[in-house]
Design a protein around this ligand. Structure first.
Ligand code: 5AD
Ligand code: SF4
Length: 504
């Protein structure tokens, strides 16, 4: 299939310079009506499959909303679908590999249905896929980048009408989808993602995100607060504010600039019974002001994800992370000081370009110093267009990378286990997310510090806050006994009574 619309791939400089915006909503509505894109939907059923990060989960909600508005139905069953959309991830090589394998499987399905199945690739892989697959293979009908989802009805219409693939991978400085109320496509009805910004301006040398998602753009405070209020009305108990780099959020409303710390504070005031989390943050933007909000607002969770990536200053410099090992360690100390009992997690990359054995040991020793409760650990894989791919040599042999990663994982497992063991005997307020995967008789929920807890169902329900005493654990889960149902306000009051003598 030949693409009918060809939009240039942006270079690093173009990504940085590009200020072009997508068409306004009103214009697009007119366009849709004029061209009959809604009629083309004709009640077709769409199945969306989401890969990668939480941002993609939130984006699938935007896609679902755009398509529903245009007359498409949504289905959770691929066999019922007329259109299958894969919302893709390109952050690591194996994420891309997974999607290629999946596309291969869908090709067979499309052949079985004699072409009566439309297929689309959305998200971070869209641009690359356009280049690599689309032009060679007659498989994909639409290819849509992360900033072009409003254009989906038109693209599906065009592809259907012409029998040719339709493409829009343009990145936009303005598009935040802020006026779109996402469909909670795959939600548990308890916790929801709320997108607060898009893109990233950091240009870490290993990372493809600035190329696939473009420049940073924050969403307005008003639309964020209104989405959160709506969620509370619908009975949601937890929101996670999402972005590639949330703590560089800033938005100017009526001449007043709102920082991320202020935004978190304002979101936490929407309801005292709403837990507030966020993901993901960059250590360089983690301010005292933000740590204070964690401390002062009882419903802002006592958990911070602080991706370190590496424990050696020279490697951090090669990664362009803009902090040293010492500065990072000082930050974690500060977090522990201002937010007693704070739970910390991180991202770590093993085997980055030029990493020596001593530098790898620095990652292990940093982990020993911080003692993360949880970590996401990766083997470095070269990503196209990045500075590392263009200028640095991917010179750590595969077996050495693998061994270093295994050492990192083993150490983290030990720390996670010790951290979980220290919880035995403590009481936590757990928000029940649903039934445990292993047994219908048990519920699964999370502590304020983001640890998973399993306990007997009794009469408790999804969405309840329950006081749970921790009796046992594995390295990944706490096992407990429910004491009683509670509220967040009540839990905060008892916690402060328990803490009072120590403060006095
Ligand atoms: N190779 C390995 N890991 C990577 N990450 C990002 N890019 C790469 C890459 N090229 C990891 C980082 C980031 C997380 C989302 O994925 O640790 O924080
Ligand atoms: Fe990628 Fe760095 Fe931006 Fe995170 S902060 S998305 S690692 S460029």
């Amino acid at each position: 299939m030949e693409p009918i619309e060809d939009i240039d791939v942006l270079s690093e400089d173009e990504v940085r310079q590009r200020e072009a915006g997508a068409g306004s909503t009103e214009d697009e509505n007119l366009d849709r009506m004029k061209h009959g894109y809604d009629e083309a939907a004709g009640g077709k059923q769409v199945y969306i499959e989401t890969y990668g990060c939480q941002m993609n989960v939130a984006d699938s909600g935007v896609v679902a909303s755009v398509l529903q508005e245009s007359g498409y139905g949504l289905t959770q069953d691929q066999d019922e679908a007329d259109v299958v959309l894969l919302n893709t991830c390109a952050i690591r090589e194996n994420a891309e590999q997974k999607i290629r394998t999946r596309l291969g499987m869908l090709r067979a399905e499309k052949e079985k249905r004699e072409g009566e199945l439309m297929m689309g690739v959305l998200g971070c892989m869209a641009e690359r896929l356009r280049e690599k697959l689309l032009e060679q293979e007659d498989l994909v009908d639409v290819v849509v980048g992360p900033d072009a989802y409003r254009d989906l009805p038109r693209l599906l219409y065009e592809a259907d009408a012409t029998g040719q693939a339709a493409v829009n991978v343009e990145l936009s400085k303005q598009e935040t989808y802020q006026d779109i109320q996402p469909v909670r496509y795959d939600s548990n009805g308890v916790s929801a993602y709320v997108s607060i910004m898009r893109g990233c301006d950091n240009m870490c040398t290993f990372c493809v995100v600035p190329f696939t998602r473009g420049r940073e753009e924050s969403r307005s405070v008003t639309t964020i607060l209104s989405e959160v209020s709506q969620l509370v009305e619908e009975g949601y108990k937890e929101v996670t504010l999402l972005g590639q780099n949330v703590n560089s959020y800033h938005y100017t409303d009526d001449g007043t600039s709102v920082s991320f710390a202020e935004l978190v504070d304002r979101v936490s005031r929407v309801s005292p019974e709403l837990r507030v989390r966020y993901s993901t943050s960059h250590p360089k933007d983690c301010t005292d002001e933000l740590l204070q909000v964690h401390h002062e607002r009882p419903n802002v969770c006592n958990y911070i994800h602080l991706p370190v990536q590496h424990g050696n200053t020279e490697v951090l410099d090669r990664m362009r992370r803009t902090y040293t090992r010492e500065e990072y360690l000082a930050l974690t100390e500060r977090a522990k000081e201002l937010c007693p009992g704070v739970s910390l997690s991180t991202d770590i990359i093993a085997g980055f370009c030029g990493e020596t054995e001593e530098q790898h040991q620095d990652t292990l020793s940093l982990m020993e110093e911080v003692r993360y409760d949880h970590a996401y650990m990766f083997k470095y894989s070269e990503r196209p267009q990045t500075y590392a791919a263009r200028k640095l040599e991917d010179d750590v042999p595969e077996d050495v990378k693998q061994r270093r990663l295994e050492e990192i994982i083993e150490l983290q497992n030990q720390h996670s286990k010790e951290s979980n063991e220290s919880e035995i005997g403590r009481v936590h307020t757990v928000l029940v997310e649903g039934t445990s995967k292993k047994s219908d008789e048990q519920l699964f929920g999370r502590t304020d510090t983001n640890k998973g807890v399993v306990f007997d169902r009794e009469d408790y329900e999804q969405g309840d806050y329950v006081k749970v005493r921790i009796d046992d654990c594995t390295s990944s889960t706490l096992l407990g006994t429910a004491i009683e149902k509670t509220t967040l306000e009540e839990a905060a009051r008892t916690d402060s009574i328990t803490m009072a003598p120590a403060v006095a």
